[in-house]
Design a protein around this ligand. Sequence first.
Ligand SMILES: *[C@@H]1O[C@H](CO)[C@@H](O)[C@H](O)[C@H]1NC(C)=O
Ligand SMILES: *[C@@H]1O[C@H](CO)[C@@H](O)[C@H](O)[C@H]1NC(C)=O
Length: 277
Amino acid sequence: MASTEDKAASKENTSSWKDSIYNPRTGELLGRTASSWALILLFYLVFYCFLAGMFALTMWVMLLTLDDYVPRYKDRIPHPGLVIRPNTLDISFNKSDSTKYDQYVQQLGKFLNSYDDTVQEKNENCNPGEYNLQDGEMTKKVCRFKRSTLSRCSGLTDTNFGYHDGKPCILLKMNRIIGLKPSGDPYINCTVKKDNPVQMQYFPSEGRIDKMYFPYYGKKAHELYVQPLVAVKLLLTKEDYNKELSVECRVEGSNLRNNDERDKFLGRVTFRIKVVE
Ligand SMILES: *[C@@H]1O[C@H](CO)[C@@H](O)[C@H](O)[C@H]1NC(C)=O
Ligand SMILES: *[C@@H]1O[C@H](CO)[C@@H](O)[C@H](O)[C@H]1NC(C)=O
């Protein structure tokens, strides 16, 4: 008997539970009539369209005030970081095995493509030692930096960049900073932490970074801009092989920061190099 009672109760329960989803007597769905649902949907549709419209409008107004050619905010010009190519801080290879240094040689070659003399011939021959100021012009001219100025590190005469004879070339460049005008006469100075010094050669001579490559005016205005490069050739000898050498390079001779305690890459870079034979 108890079981029939239970059945009846459970039947009632199911029907009221079903009713709460859809009640055929009143035509309510989830407790609301169709017209009530329609009104709610309409309200949200209008509301979200309004929000989207507001967003689009403010975006549009803000974009109108931006200029593709001039960066909007230029309060304080940051100091540039120093980076090297090949793109690693751990250079290690066997000078007698080209498969061990090919990746470095290829990276350098690829990186220097945009510095090819034929490409750079199209750029301006600027006045050394002077900033190339062109604030007035819309499209800025680019100062020529020919690959051949890197001489023995250009990859033109020595296509292995010295890796095959254990005297590898490393390329250094400063990050692009819009509006940066380094004072003084910046140059790169590298040191190897070791008792007896390693001989080095710099290209251009003395590792000079000419002022004529500054300031940089930004990607759009200064589209074909190329950063000035400095190549350093480490003239390693037999006694330097099989050792991990730590090389530190810094930008010196200018107001550019190179000893920031918190940022190890500001105006300087430290990398390791190990050559075996
Ligand atoms: C470097 O490569 C040469 C030629 O393949 C090989 O004879 C030599 O053992 C290698 N040196 C080292 C330290 O692996
Ligand atoms: C390069 O740096 C080393 C170590 O800081 C210093 O002794 C040397 O005088 C510097 N050379 C030049 C040309 O600035």
